[in-house]
Design a protein around this ligand. Structure first.
Ligand code: UDP
Length: 327
């Protein structure tokens, strides 16, 4: 099979590329390297068993001619190219909206030209400010005001979802929307605000671990390996086309407890500092207090649900940083 991965030099994209290459498929990547890095795929390019089937394009998905060439060549498309990370979105609000809305529109339009199967990566952000758990795909989306720019990410990704579903409904495009819940694992950078790599890097360096807000907000974490397993199954699942599907871990943990666990696992003496949100983020930030998925739909469609427990996930990330980072 020929697989196109937009954002293929990113954290999740590089793992997905590796999985397909190891199974003998041809992989085409397109990445503008805005948050991705060639470092993430260097080991694939240097592996002589894999590199002959890996084709890398450094460009934006907004380049229509290039997208026509790549989508035309491939059998399936995974659209992972996006502006991600709360801090990155708050620092680059306009570029993020353009990338996320126009980029997805372009991918869908070109996939429709060739009637290609496509999986669109969305985010649990689209649920917004819920306090109940677990979140199911048909739950309402609840956002704050447009003055709070965090919600621009959720709104842009929700438009992506509507566009994908409208392509399916009106033109029969075989498209799946996946809502990802805090995916973590080797190669994830802490540079754009993601909590786990930041905590681990600080703990291993013996520096203060900074918990924002009061630390009672909770998250679940999914190992990237489980995300890749879900993606490769979903793209082959006929019944998943035209559907929105949660992909996430289900073990809920508060951010303060996460900081303590990381400190223990790293054997670190780092202090934990509680920092108010207004000192941690640029203005117009609002946090999500809770975010736990139901993965019943994923399991029902594919027979698969994430398998790695939280302790295993955290151990793997600590181990990865201890060994010095990518690949
Ligand atoms: N967070 C934190 N310290 C950090 C980075 C993040 O306490 O150094 C908090 C953040 O405010 C949020 C949670 O950790 O409550 C998860 O943040 P992240 O940006 O990783 O993901 P998201 O908010 O999108 O779930």
């Amino acid at each position: 099979m020929r697989v196109l991965i937009t954002g293929g030099a990113g954290f999740i994209g590089s793992h997905l590329a590796e999985e397909y290459l190891e199974h003998g498929d041809e992989v085409y990547l397109i990445d503008d390297l805005s948050t991705g890095s060639l470092e993430n795929i260097r080991h694939l390019q240097q592996n002589e068993n894999l590199s002959g089937r890996l084709f890398v394009t450094v460009d934006t998905v907004l380049n229509r001619e290039k997208m026509i060439e790549l989508v035309g060549t491939c059998d399936v498309v995974f659209h992972l190219a996006a502006a991600v990370g709360v801090r990155f979105i708050l620092d680059n609000p306009l570029d993020s909206i353009i990338t996320n809305v126009r980029g997805t529109e372009m991918v869908l339009e070109v996939c429709h030209l060739f009637k290609k199967r496509v999986l669109i990566a969305s985010t649990s952000e689209v649920y917004g400010k819920h306090m109940h758990a677990p979140l199911v795909e048909t739950d309402n989306c609840i956002y704050g005001p447009s003055s709070k720019f965090r919600w621009s990410y959720a709104a842009a990704k929700l438009i992506d979802e509507f566009t994908a579903l409208a392509y399916h409904r009106t033109k029969g495009l075989p498209v799946i929307v996946c809502r990802l819940f805090n995916t973590v694992g080797p190669r994830q950078s802490g540079e754009y605000g993601m909590v786990l790599p930041r905590f681990v890097q600080k703990a291993l360096a013996g520096e203060a671990i900074t918990v924002y807000g009061d630390g009672t907000q909770t998250r679940t974490f999914t190992h990237v390996r489980d995300v890749v397993a879900a993606f490769t199954r979903l793209i082959l699942t006929q019944e998943a086309y035209g559907e929105v599907v949660n992909v996430g871990g289900v073990e809920e943990i508060s951010i303060l407890r996460l900081a303590e666990k990381i400190r223990e696992k790293s054997g670190s003496a780092s202090p934990i500092h509680i920092i108010p949100y207004d000192q941690a983020y640029p203005r117009d930030f609002e946090d999500m207090q809770r975010r736990v998925p139901s993965v019943d739909k994923l399991r029902q469609l594919t027979g698969f649900a994430p398998t790695m427990c939280l302790d295993g996930i955290l151990d793997d990330v600590v181990d990865h940083f201890r060994k010095g980072g990518p690949p």
